[in-house]
Design a protein around this ligand. Structure first.
Ligand SMILES: Cc1cc2nc3c(=O)[nH]c(=O)nc-3n(C[C@H](O)[C@H](O)[C@H](O)COP(=O)(O)OP(=O)(O)OC[C@H]3O[C@@H](n4cnc5c(N)ncnc54)[C@H](O)[C@@H]3O)c2cc1C
Length: 183
């Protein structure tokens, strides 16, 4: 029997992930991409000796990329290696301020404390709040599909509904930031 066909529009990371998953499920997959190369926002610009990230610099959730390789029966380490850096990245501001984003939270909070008007305590408070929002929403929005009825009947979803008040849903990011930090 011929394989069922799947057509995917766009070869950004989402399209590539969908293509791998459909292919593993037995579909004959065709991916259409408007750009000359795959990757979407995940692209780089090379100018002389310099390389710039056109989009993401931070590899936020490597476990999901590993998962795709494993689903396809491949060992991710045969293709690329990544390691956690002590210094995640540096932020450069127009007024000359440079901030180092240390992976270690205490070090990062001290960096903010020393170089801005915000305190280490405020950073810890903000990160704690972000962690809570992540914990409440992760199982519902990242781990499950909102397109499936059974996701709404899952215990994790119910738990999150009861903790809805914790996710700060009724104000913008800017308003929340103003609340947490001196601006
Ligand atoms: C400046 C910047 C910094 C970022 N930093 C980070 C970071 O540090 N860490 C992180 O995790 N995320 C970061 N992100 C977010 C991350 O880049 C995106 O969430 C992710 O790349 C989106 O992938 P995607 O496949 O959903 O969409 P896209 O990457 O936008 O891919 C969509 C693809 O579809 C193609 N396409 C669209 N319409 C058509 C069509 N009709 N026909 C054919 N092809 C089509 C497009 O050409 C594109 O290649 C950043 C984003 C930006 C812009």
């Amino acid at each position: 029997m011929p394989k069922p066909k799947a057509i995917i529009i766009g070869a950004g990371i989402a399209g590539i992930a969908a293509a791998i998953r459909m292919s593993v499920k037995g579909y004959q997959v065709e991916v259409f991409e408007a750009n000359d190369a795959p990757g979407g926002k995940l692209a780089e610009i090379n100018l002389q000796d310099f390389r710039f990230d056109a989009g993401p610099s931070l590899f936020t959730m490597p476990q999901y990329v590993d998962e795709l390789f494993k689903l396809a029966g491949k060992n991710p380490q045969d293709y690329f290696e990544y390691e956690k850096l002590d210094e995640v990245c540096r932020y450069f501001y127009e007024d000359g301020l440079q901030l180092i984003a240390h992976a270690d939270l205490d070090k990062f909070a001290n960096e903010i404390d020393q170089k801005t008007r915000s305190s280490a305590k405020e950073i810890h408070h903000f990160i704690k709040k972000s962690q809570t929002i992540y914990e409440v929403t992760n199982q519902v929005f990242l781990q499950r599909s909102l397109h499936k009825i059974k996701s709404y009947l899952h215990w994790d979803t119910l738990k999150s509904v009861f903790r809805f008040g914790k996710i700060d849903a009724f104000r913008t990011q800017a308003k929340a930031n103003q609340h947490f930090f001196k601006v």
